[in-house]
Design a protein around this ligand. Structure first.
Ligand SMILES: [Zn+2]
Ligand SMILES: [Zn+2]
Ligand SMILES: [Zn+2]
Ligand SMILES: [Zn+2]
Ligand SMILES: [Zn+2]
Length: 333
């Protein structure tokens, strides 16, 4: 059964469906001679394209995903490969990028970056309207690696073929539908392929792999899980002094206390039959703001130091969460 997963990245405005193609699924190249295509593919060292081929049955005619891998064929053959369908919901349109990524440390060591080819699909493009539904209808996903040789350009090298699982196909089709809905929901005058690609470039820095890892199923990618011993609270019991309020009422009267200067009279005393001016400290009110509670009428509960809870949870040392053991806190598989 082909392994696949879905991952979402809000910052990149992206939903990604990733199929894993293990080296065991290698097949002989479908391209027996040269794959002749547009200048872009012919000129570049690494490049991707999705194409129909001549043939009568869907099995023969595709479409197939091609990946041009000049100078690295020996380093990517026999390596785990991923094909990522990335659905980008950009301001000026929807973009589907099909990435072919080969996990080859040797390529990374030699080139400084991993082996990735991409090809871009713009929903209102006539080719795309035929190509993508046909690609998603196929039973198999076929990736063909080509490379320039001394004898001919873009010569077939080897292929990888996997069956698209039914649930994966459903996910791909619904993502493609959602992308079209997003795209055609934008007024035609505001759609811009250049604008969408500018957004893609600004949100996908070159040094970050656009093909995301599978989120850890145990923690849903968060890298930690709620501590089951304390239910995420970090403490085992509610404080019985403040009952979780974190504060208790102050001994004063609603934040105020009697003025010590005038003993609450607001005045000092009669002197030679005359009333002395009103107490300056309390401006004659006889009451001052209580310093202990700064007039709030409540003070921090001393029993729980204002946490509302007592008995620190030994399992999580009051953090309320624990590092996910499945992924060692990385959130990724
Ligand atoms: Zn995890
Ligand atoms: Zn308390
Ligand atoms: Zn007080
Ligand atoms: Zn006073
Ligand atoms: Zn805990």
């Amino acid at each position: 059964m082909t392994k696949w997963y879905m991952v979402e990245n809000e910052a990149r405005h992206m939903q990604q469906v990733v199929l894993c193609l293990p080296p065991e699924d290698q097949v002989p190249s479908r391209v027996t001679g040269s794959l002749i295509h547009g200048a872009g593919l012919m000129r570049q060292q690494w490049a991707g394209v999705t194409l129909f081929m001549d043939g009568e049955t869907p099995e023969q005619s595709g479409p197939f995903v091609f990946s041009k891998a000049n100078n690295v064929v020996d380093l990517i053959e026999g390596r785990p490969t991923k094909v990522a369908f990335s659905f980008y919901h950009f301001r000026s349109g929807g973009v589907l990028q099909i990435f072919v990524y080969v996990d080859s440390p040797e390529v990374k060591a030699r080139a400084g970056y991993p082996f990735i080819t991409e090809n871009t699909h713009w929903p209102e493009n006539e080719d795309t309207k035929k190509l993508i539904p046909a690609l998603l209808d196929r039973q198999d996903l076929d990736v063909c690696f080509v490379a320039d040789t001394q004898s001919a350009p873009c010569r077939g090298q080897f292929g990888l073929r996997v069956t698209i699982p039914d649930d994966c196909r459903v996910a791909l089709k619904s993502q493609w539908e959602a992308l079209q809905k997003h795209h055609f929901g934008i007024p035609a005058s505001q759609r811009s392929r250049q604008g969408a690609m500018r957004q893609f470039e600004s949100e996908n820095p070159m040094e970050e792999n656009p093909v995301l890892d599978q989120p850890c199923p145990a923690c849903s990618g968060k890298g930690k899980s709620e501590c089951e011993q304390c239910g995420g609270k970090g403490y085992l019991d509610e404080c019985n002094a403040c009952h979780g309020d974190e504060t208790i009422s102050c001994t004063c009267e609603q934040g105020e206390t009697q003025c010590p200067e005038c003993a609450g009279s607001g005045q000092k005393a009669l002197l030679f039959g005359l009333l002395k001016p009103a107490c300056k400290r309390c401006a004659g009110t006889g009451r001052i703001i209580h310093a202990d509670c700064q007039g709030k009428g409540v003070v921090t509960c001393t029993k729980c130091s204002g946490k509302g809870m007592v008995d620190p949870c030994p399992a999580c040392s009051t953090k309320g969460s624990r590092t996910c053991a499945e992924c060692a806190g990385t959130g990724r598989m």
